[in-house]
Design a protein around this ligand. Structure first.
Ligand code: AMP
Length: 196
């Protein structure tokens, strides 16, 4: 199964992505993690990416599209994968469509988690204490949320029109949220004639 997880920063995508990739036995392609790794390794790509990431800005599309393309070319992604944090702009979504079209592959599902603003901000501040991410300061969090609204949320309409978007209520415990996700996955797998 080939799926995308879209949601604002702090919505709980990280936790639910881990659950999902275990449940489906597919690779987890998380651009945020890939970019943070490149930054840690001190590569040219990492240095360039951190100029944007540390300020809560998006890394330019051509860079991200290239690293995702290289990752999707690998053997473990041929059966499917979970894209987490990508695409984040309409430009990235179109590049992904083109890539998949060339490979004669399709997206099965786009999931988005819905959580109210106060809960989002609370979860992000909590994460900043636990994980110490440099891009989790209150100012940067606000900026990342604004960028999500402006650049990423239009993707919801984009995938709604393609008929593959499903909303998940993200309020409640991680287990409750994952049960809702599993119900959708099982439904999509049944339609595809697969077993999830
Ligand atoms: P994340 O871990 O998904 O919250 O990503 C952390 C940061 O990495 C983001 O705030 C961006 O600076 C950068 N990033 C991750 N994925 C993308 C993407 N698809 N496009 C542009 N920038 C990205």
């Amino acid at each position: 199964m080939r799926l995308i997880f879209i949601g604002p920063p702090g919505v709980g995508k990280g936790t639910q992505s881990q659950n999902l990739v275990e449940y489906l036995s597919i690779p987890h392609v998380a651009t945020g993690d890939m970019l943070r790794d490149a930054k840690k390794q001190g590569s040219e790509l990492g240095k360039l990416a951190s100029l944007h990431m540390d300020h809560g800005q998006l890394v330019p599309d051509p860079i991200v599209v290239q690293i995702v393309g290289e990752r999707l070319d690998r053997a473990d992604c041929q059966r499917g994968c979970l894209l987490d944090g990508f695409p984040r702009t309409i430009g990235q979504a179109k590049a992904l469509d083109e890539y998949l079209h060339q490979q004669n592959k399709d997206l099965d599902l786009v999931l988005t988690l819905d959580v109210n603003q106060e809960e989002l901000f609370r979860r992000l501040l909590d994460r900043s204490v636990k994980e110490g991410r440099v891009d989790d300061t209150p100012d940067t969090i606000r900026k990342r949320m604004r960028i999500y609204q402006e650049r990423t949320s239009p993707l919801l309409d984009y995938y709604q029109e393609k008929g593959i978007l499903r909303h998940v209520d993200g309020m409640g415990t991680p287990t409750e949220v994952f049960d809702r996700i599993k119900a959708i996955i099982d439904d999509v797998a049944k339609q595809k004639g697969d077993s999830a």
